[in-house]
Design a protein around this ligand. Sequence first.
Ligand SMILES: Nc1ncnc2c1ncn2[C@@H]1O[C@H](COP(=O)(O)OP(=O)(O)OP(=O)(O)O)[C@@H](O)[C@H]1O
Ligand SMILES: [Mg+2]
Length: 253
Amino acid sequence: MKVVAVYSTKGGVGKTTAAVNLAAEASADFRVLLWDLDPQGAATFLLQVKPKLKGGIDALVAGDSKVKNAIRSTGIRTLDVLPADAGYRDLDLVLDHAKKSQQRIAKILEHIEDDYDVVVLDCPPGAAVVAENAIFSADVVVVPLVPSPLAMRSLEQVTEFVAESVSKARILTFFSMVDRRKTLHRDTVRDLPGTSKAVTDIVVPATVVIERMGTLRAPVSSYAPNTEAARAFGELWARVATVIKVKARKRKR
Ligand SMILES: Nc1ncnc2c1ncn2[C@@H]1O[C@H](COP(=O)(O)OP(=O)(O)OP(=O)(O)O)[C@@H](O)[C@H]1O
Ligand SMILES: [Mg+2]
């Protein structure tokens, strides 16, 4: 089982959007679980799953075998969700009080090791214990970069954060919400890839096609497969698959 954490210290950069679309892409070839770690429950919402966690987050963290009962199926046969509800607001505290607080999520995942090939973690922004857990358990950390100097700062923060963890996770970035009418966006997308191994040249454009996810509550590939946005997430998954060493089939769009 491989773990893909979608994470940035910065909020509103396209983490949840990427997590849902990556999970959908991966589910074409693999058994996938998307774990929504954000109390906002946006990924849960986007996959039309009810945000109800039986027994709450304490039960999940304390008795890790409970995880199987909490998992819900989605409209995609090979994609399940571990939903978040408002109780996830306390996740940081609950984790902080647990033994080996940084390793709880990895420990919980051990119980479903045989059930899934790929787990995608949709992380909340910030640098709290939830993020430490996600990074600890991850094989790869996917970081959305909205082209701006602040985005670069958030990449540096994520890089430091991964370096401080015992995690061996690789970092992979993509450009998120790119508006080619803006000089800064065009320049960043042109100049940044190649400056580090982590920075890819994958561009997810700012587009209404992605905004529609919120009303259609589905991954982009299911309602607009022949768009630049859908192709970009396909490409991003292919890149992630290479890094985590799973063999994704090449699909024509
Ligand atoms: N490429 C895009 N084009 C247009 N809108 C986008 C794009 N990516 C994301 N959005 C929209 O921007 C908003 C924030 O995106 P998203 O929820 O994925 O970010 P996030 O990083 O998960 O935010 P948070 O830090 O709050 O969890 C959403 O309304 C989403 O639909
Ligand atoms: Mg989010």
